[in-house]
Design a protein around this ligand. Structure first.
Ligand SMILES: Cc1cc2nc3c(=O)[nH]c(=O)nc-3n(C[C@H](O)[C@H](O)[C@H](O)COP(=O)(O)OP(=O)(O)OC[C@H]3O[C@@H](n4cnc5c(N)ncnc54)[C@H](O)[C@@H]3O)c2cc1C
Length: 446
């Protein structure tokens, strides 16, 4: 376990003169007296401690459904290292054969994969139509197939209504459609910002339910700062306040707040919702807004999804990758992107995240000078192909023209236009692109 701890209290003290007091809970904030009440969790003693500046970094609380049997032994939430150790101890001592993971978000999926590695048969239950609700449902197919071949059972579109128990132990999960036997259950139902202390002390929250902060991580109370999962983030594409629980944001926000509290000047300009994960052999990346989120934010999106390969199609080890782009009709502004594929797929999302961050259009993206060599990508990287296809649709939409191959959003599954073009020595454009190029040159647009 020690190897999993990035920095111990002793290291904090030695390297940074920070007094990191663990096993102590703040139970109350008194913002008038500028003090917090601290309870020693071992001894139970309480004392008030004064402050000049207060940083709220209380994280997020896992959602736990109020259903019969939720508190039974064998039902786990996984948030802290201690939670992980509890799951591990249960596996060691009880050797369960069947587990149900409730919630097919990234934590549920990662846990499901880990349990499979322990030889446990895993059933995943989720009320949604596809795993990974942060992806558009049409991107889940590759993931669903991989999970099936990994031996997991997926029960989608089912809502958990309770847990079967015997002598205080969980024996199964009851859904609105079936009863699924299980000796252990993992809850992966997402988290909500832990704002209990802040709310009780009158620190204002934003519309997302997280603590409202400005770009310097200040709350509206003088000398009180917030960051991480408990704090609201500004989404640079939707322009809304959002509560997204990710370590990548928490770290940057902590740094920003720290610099400001110490008298410097730093800002955290917001997020675009970039995240990656891996389940079985499938890597997943997403950034920006999904199709429905884009509509909800007031955009008129169009989407394309392109199937390609992670390396040149003829090169050993080329793996499938599907790239989806969500762009704004008319302007072609990139609004979001999602990638699902095998090894080498997920981190490509960072290129699109960077483009999104700078409000690039799909036109900008498709002409970006990305690297190419057969072991790393097709001649046109999947990101560029998807951007090019999206641009093609944006232009066709604008001109009222038809995109070659129909107005479908998708390249045929399994197609590898670039690999094929490369093999055939035709350059890089697929038929659809040539069509749009013709439209362009005919009208003298580009
Ligand atoms: C299983 C798992 C996998 C994850 N994987 C990724 C990933 O791959 N990439 C990614 O970007 N993010 C990931 N995350 C999310 C990431 O861990 C969180 O976003 C990040 O830890 C948030 O940091 P934080 O400092 O805001 O909150 P936390 O890390 O949750 O820290 C909050 C701390 O405050 C303490 N606290 C709360 N209330 C009080 C109180 N009243 N008194 C005293 N102490 C209190 C808590 O005990 C806790 O130690 C993962 C999360 C989980 C659970």
């Amino acid at each position: 376990m020690d190897t999993l701890i990035a920095r111990s209290p002793a290291e904090f003290a030695d390297k940074q003169a920070i007094n990191a007091r663990i096993g102590q809970e703040v139970t109350e904030l008194d913002l008038h007296r500028r003090a917090v009440r601290v309870r020693d969790m071992d001894g139970g003693t309480e004392a008030w401690e004064g402050f000049d500046a207060l940083m709220l970094a209380t994280g997020a609380t896992p959602r736990r459904p109020e259903l019969p049997g939720t508190e039974a032994a064998g039902v786990f939430g996984v948030q802290t290292l201690g939670d992980g150790l509890a799951v591990r101890a249960f596996l060691d001592h009880h050797a369960p054969r069947r587990a149900v993971v409730v919630g097919a978000g990234y934590i549920g999926l990662e846990l499901a994969e880990a349990l499979c590695g322990w030889g446990v048969h895993v059933t995943l239950v989720d009320s949604g139509p596809a795993p990974m609700h942060t992806l558009d449902p049409d991107m889940g197919g590759m993931l669903t197939d991989a999970m099936g071949s990994f031996g997991m059972t997926l029960r989608l579109g089912e809502t958990v209504t309770g847990f079967d128990t015997a002598s205080g132990h969980v024996t199964g999960v009851v859904t609105d459609q079936a009863s699924v036997p299980a000796e252990m259950v993992i809850l992966g139902l997402g988290v909500r910002p832990n704002t209990r202390l802040a709310q009780a002390a009158g620190v204002p929250l934003g519309p997302s339910g997280a603590i409202a902060v400005d770009q310097r991580m200040r709350t509206s109370i003088e000398g009180v700062w917030a960051g991480g999962d408990c704090a609201e983030k500004f989404h640079r594409v939707s322009r809304h306040g959002v509560a997204i629980a990710l370590g990548t944001h928490a770290n940057k926000e902590g740094r920003t707040a720290g610099i400001n509290i110490a008298g410097g000047y730093a800002t955290f300009p917001g997020v675009v919702g970039t995240a990656v994960t891996k389940v079985c052999d499938i890597e997943i990346g997403r950034t920006g807004l999904g199709e429905h989120e884009a509509r909800a934010a007031g955009y008129q999106p169009l989407t394309v999804a392109v199937d390609s390969t992670t390396r040149a199609g003829y090169y050993p080890g080329a793996k499938p990758i599907r790239t989806k782009i969500i762009a704004e009709q008319g302007s072609g502004r990139l609004l979001g992107a999602q990638i699902v594929g095998e090894e080498g797929a997920a981190k490509r999302i960072d290129v699109l995240a960077m483009a999104l961050w700078h409000q690039a259009s799909v036109d900008d993206v498709m002409t970006t000078d990305l690297s190419y060599a057969p072991p790393f990508s097709p001649l046109w990287d999947p990101v560029l192909i998807a951007a090019r296809k999206a641009w093609q649709h944006v232009e066709a939409d604008r001109l009222g023209a038809d995109v070659a191959g129909g107005r479908g959003d998708r390249e045929p599954v399994g197609s590898d236009p670039v690999g094929q073009a490369h093999r055939e020595g035709e350059g890089v454009a697929g038929a659809g692109v040539q069509h749009v190029a013709e439209v362009d040159s005919a009208r003298g647009l580009r």
